[in-house]
Write a protein that binds this ligand. Structure first.
Ligand code: MN
Length: 229
């Protein structure tokens, strides 16, 4: 018998193509990892070291209906390859980090762009711009997926808004994991959103979002009215 004083929060898992569930420990995200997106955000796309932020693991959602969040009028889509780790470590060389990768999934880093702009301007944290409820739609994990090259795209209502290739990432999957492992100890169960190509833009209630990444099962969802609390 557990002696938890409240009901334990549910485990967060992501289904794996072919069967089984991947249990999630932490969710990390890389900022500005495609030069053309860095430029569209007004940043210098030079190869400065990658920077990271986090989302709570229960921000992940597998639902085909994602609620439009409160406190924003500028919700943006960012299509991203998501790495799923089967092993961890710290201070790892990029030669060794590919061995950590279990597989990959398609994901969307939903962003309250208006709150992020205020946070940037005032030097405040990004948490409420990035880590709100249901801010991380994710699809199924494909074991052994290719993470170094392949098309990545996002359409809204059938129109392509973001289109690129994983080989355009400023920092490769191996390099991202190496950098991140110098900041925190990586563990099995960690997910890493690896950044978005250009073309980010606003979503409105009713929009149908379709994500395709080469070799992965597509991810689709609709932006729904906020569910009554
Ligand atoms: Mn992002």
């Amino acid at each position: 018998m557990s002696d938890s004083v409240i009901a334990p929060p549910p485990m967060v898992t992501v289904p794996v193509v072919g069967g089984g569930h991947f249990p999630v420990r932490r969710v990390y995200c890389v900022g500005r990892n495609y030069a053309d997106h860095a430029r569209e955000m007004g940043a210098d796309p030079s190869r400065e070291p990658p920077f990271f932020f986090s989302k709570p693991r229960d921000a992940l959602t597998l639902s085909s209906e994602v609620p439009y969040p409160p406190a924003t009028s500028d919700l943006h889509h960012e299509v991203e390859l998501v790495l799923a780790l089967k092993a961890g470590g710290s201070n790892l060389s990029p030669d060794h980090t590919p061995d950590l990768i279990y597989g990959a999934a398609p994901g969307v880093d939903l962003t309250r762009r208006d709150l992020q702009a205020i946070a940037k301007k005032s030097g405040r944290p990004w948490d409420m711009a990035k880590g709100f409820d249901a801010s991380a739609p994710i699809g199924m994990i494909t074991r052994g997926a290719s993470v170094d090259a392949g098309s990545i795209s996002l359409s809204v209502n059938g129109q392509v808004r973001q289109s690129g290739d994983l080989d355009q990432m400023t920092w490769s999957a191996a390099e991202i994991l190496s950098h991140l492992s110098s900041l925190v100890t990586l563990e099995p169960g960690d997910l890493i959103f690896t950044g978005t190509p250009a073309g980010v833009g606003p979503l409105v209630v009713g929009d149908q979002v379709d994500v395709q990444i080469a070799g992965l099962t597509p991810l689709s969802f609709t932006l729904a009215d906020r569910s009554p609390q």
